[in-house]
Design a protein around this ligand. Sequence first.
Ligand code: PEP
Ligand code: MG
Length: 584
Amino acid sequence: MTFSIHGITVSRGIAIGRAVPVVSSRVDVAHYFIEPGQTQAEFTRLRAARDAVAGELQRLQQDMSKEDSPPELAALLDVHLMLLNDETMAAGIRQCISERLYNAEWALTTQLEIISRQFDEMQDPYLRERKADMEQVAERVLRHLKGAAAQPVATPPPRAARQQDLPLDGAPDAPLVLVAHDLSPADMLQFKKSVFAGFVTDVGGKTSHTAIVARSMDIPAVVGARSASQLVRQDDWVIVDGDAGVVIVDPSPIILAEYGFKQRQAELERGRLARLKNTPAVTLDGQRIELLANIEQPADTAAALAVGAVGVGLFRSEFLFMGREGQLPDEDEQYLAYRAAVEGMHGMTTTIRTIDIGADKPLDDRRADTHLNPALGLRAIRWSLSEPAMFLTQLRAILRAAAHGQVHLLIPMLTHGREIRQTLELIDKARAQLDARGQVHGPVKIGAMIEVPAAALSLRLFLRYFDFLSVGTNDLIQYTLAIDRADESVAHLYDQLHPAVLRLLANTIAEGARQGKPISVCGEMAGDPGMTRLLLGLGLRSFSMHPSQILAVKQEILRADAAKLAPWAHAVAESDEPAELLLG
Ligand code: PEP
Ligand code: MG
């Protein structure tokens, strides 16, 4: 039966495919595809983990028989041993490994989900309660698997090659759509270049970092789709309508045909936009606009060049640090990554932002931030200043990479004058340390992100110390409106057209221009073609966004007359109801 789930649109386009649910578990579970030749090794890992758990349970039983334990406990361990050896579960896991090429952990959680649903449907309350036992047994196995984890496939096999390997019911070549309760930004990054044609998550907001990575992958995605991970089952046909923020499950042939048509139209539009790659971004009245790329990894520079970006306006360096279970990259590893990005841009400017960890970007995958208000806590530069040795390591790596090309150094979330001075002192110290070692480094321009209202309201301070500013509208909106950008329950209040946001933005652009300092916008607003005319009219001349958005924004620029837009844009920014002027 066809039904639809409404969420939040984060990445445009339409994906039609079979659902692959990724089940969340209390144990941190890696999801990756194995190579066909690795299935035996995966069976062996699984068997070893199962044997270890059986040994554990048997030892517990022996210990209990020596003590005076209640007989119910012994019976419970019997149940656990029985469930551990359940042949239906084992066969399902083996099938997921051998046919779908899931790693053992993923296969186990997928099968657990299927069996859990069967338990939920049971009439007998005693049997229904055995679901919790099944989960406990599975978690024991997962913990052992984690201890003996195989290396994830860094780059899962490309889509075309993989699809033939997946014998999905009656549709061996069907694209795959990943459905999850939540995905961390690090998970998302792991799925980059993977087989998935679309993403759906229950939680998340438009500018949550998971959504941002999905957007950078240029794959249709819907977040905040509430209970999608519970409603959608393995191999269900789903349509991800990234334009409308809707997921359609089990679509009828008429709906499928309609969406197939829309997909082809979108392809044609893409083809048309691709022709703009080498057209200079100049407005009708001759204003040259700088279109820069936001990247998460050095390899993303290829996508930036492919759409004609003239530099990198934001390299979110924290992605090098995430999901490494405490093993942070050392100076040389970071240097090589930054250098790869700089060289990847062939001499064009690469703006490297120092680590912005915290809030919805935890260092370790799924390790919950236990602070009460993580977005207001030890995040970004606050974290860096609290870990000076780590920060100096990063600064030295960036300064060394600057010897290979033009580097801008960007500092996130600065608020106080003393934070600014401390940061600049540490940059000087990093330089001095390199000099003392006799190590080559290059000059950098230093910029601050304006993403806290306090910073936007004390621009003089920032302009005194910095060579350039970059407005992080994602956080500026979050902090101005007191809306957690990652929380779908308040996503309807996240408003880039709120008068307070527009006033802060307009004032920052104007003040920068008055003092002759370059101002860029690198938040998601810069990549929204619906905002291009407004930003141009407010005087913005440098936009940084995901490569996938550059050509659509360029098209708007080519059609705009910046001088004519100026009075209208300032009226919008001063209005109490900007949305009415902009959209109406
Ligand atoms: C922003 O806040 O707008 C920004 C670009 O930084 P991030 O999204 O990484 O927080
Ligand atoms: Mg930010």
